[in-house]
Design a binder for this molecule. Sequence first.
Ligand code: MSP
Length: 695
Amino acid sequence: MTSKFYVTTPIYYVNDKPHIGHAYCTILADVAVRAHRLLGDQTYFLTGTDEHGQKVQEAAQKRGIEPQQHCDELHLAFKDLWPQLLCGTNQFIRTTEPRHRAVVQRALQQLHDRGLVVPREFEGWYCVPDERFWTEKELSDGKCPACGRQVVRLKEKNWFFLMSQFAEPLRAAITSGRIAIAPASRANEVLGFLDKPLQDLCISRPKSRLQWGIELPFDRDFVTYVWFDALLNYATAIGFLDAEPPTDAAQWPQPSASGTANFDQWWPAVTHFLGKDILTTHTVYWPTMLMGLAQAFDKPHDAWLPRQFVVTGWWLLDNAKMSKSIGNVVNPLDMRAKYGPEVLRWFVVREMVVGQDANFSEEALVRRNNVELANDFGNLLQRITALVDKYFGGQVPTPPSGAPTTDAQRAVRELVAMLLRPDAASDDGQWAGDRVAPVAVSVRAFRLHRLAADAMTLVSRLNVLVQHDAPFRTARDDLPAAAQSLYCALEGLRIAATLLQPILPMACAEVLRRIGADQQARPLSELSWGQLPGGAQLANGPPLFAKYDVPISVAAEVAPVVVAVDKPAPLRPVQSPVDTLIEAARVPVVIDQFAAIDLRIGHVVSAAPVPKSTKLLCLSIDLSEAQPRQILSGIAESFAPADLIGQQVLVLANLAPRKMMGLISHGMVLVSEDAQGRRVLVQPAHPVPNGGTVR
Ligand code: MSP
């Protein structure tokens, strides 16, 4: 059964210059869209810009132009960016479009007419840059708790949406899983927020202070609070309250249908992608607004509840959130210009566990490109096609009829079978017990980093296959054996390219073209072993990915060692079927892969903070080698250095050395996390000799 999958990104502040944090959000949503298409879902993808509010008004004033002109110029920085990063959005919405204004006013009027928006005299602390009120208690040292800037005391009449009425239905919708929030830890955070009494929401701003907004239809002295206006974009875009189509009507899901017909087709099958800084506005304001609107339009209160939220972490630079106000931003177009869009897409998806923070480092990006894309993936294609050229005239060898004949072939076949097990979902879209294909689970649970990792495991096994089966040797006196190895390699590569296509759409289409497969990747449900036809003509071409010199940046700092591990189980019982399946989604490794990892016990001789780093400690660890090892570990937030000295720890000893904050780190200390998210050492049950191995 095909499902509908409507995806939105946050609409970006038009004043900002796009940086990696923005780019990540849209790239991740794009990967999700493409991956859902691979699962056979029908998709629709929206992005846009958020154009009202004080900051825009001020910026335009500074430039001496009208705010509308300012927005008309600036929104292009975002609109033009997405195609350059290969993000295939279907529609770009701007909150200053008349069709959106009409929807916001229609919604407000109805809420007002049904008594869900009411006037009140209100006094509070107001943060001008953040455009929001705070209570006395919320202030931190008398300043804005969000941005730390000065607040001013304001008393004024305003209009309030009776949000507090919907606190309990919202809680029920989250705890029952009716609204899914991934990762589950964020759902707990929202429930924690709902433990405190929910206030009503001030949804107006007096024109005396702000003119650049959508006028309240029932009180011309006010404009609409920018978040109330902005959140509605997700619904306007597909025809809510019979909205007009976009200027280019072809961008609408069904260009010939009315707003209402489009909306009914796609809502509430929506998945909102957002960063963790805008969690409350999205998971509290927005669903309660929709409950209020449903009530006001005589629908059941949960009729329009959005289905899912995917909450992402932050890209950090030198451990601070990348943001325009701090000025520590990396421009995605610079990365694109140097390395191309797919290297950037690969890095951000592969490096960041969805939902957690990660450090951006150009050095790490280049390393991932050189090792994973250029070497493991790109070279694999070159090696296989060269061998097929040389020994089989450039044609796919005849598919073998028998079972795999070598361990390496068996390892590839087993992994493919496991990744693609077809009984992924039952007809109603519910996950079927523990017999779920890891690829489908990763996609449906938005663990898109896992999709990348699983596909790369397959690529590694294909490299092992070429190495172990050595078709370049067997071809000399056992051509059928070489044919069998190379067919297996080509077929594995076809499947790896299909799985990687959501992340690397151009490169993977090229791989498929060169190995004589359909260039349009098949849906997962139709993907099976042996579809590559024998005799298909291979094509040659230049290497898929170039290699670059690694720019060593002393500022680059690795994320804590647990960064590649998903967060532990939720603290509260939130129904999230996919979370129970994480374990089922792990890809098994063969014994050779485990044997390649050198785990050793050592004891900590000294430990000290690393200057200018809040996360790193510099440890000296005795592994019974000629000298203790220097290892940097991202555990400073969980341990005082003195607590570590003398402790035995488990070390990944054959990790390639790397430089962080100007210091060489040679190895990795293994840790886990407790329920509060603090790092915990992994230690032997009783002391063992230093340097002892772990099996
Ligand atoms: N305009 C609001 C969203 C309104 S949606 C109805 C807004 N815009 S924003 O431009 O400031 O942020 C857009 C998205 O970019 C947010 O999800 C935010 O979390 C994300 N990022 C901004 N900086 C980021 C990083 N450094 N790292 C990752 N994403 C971050 O908020």
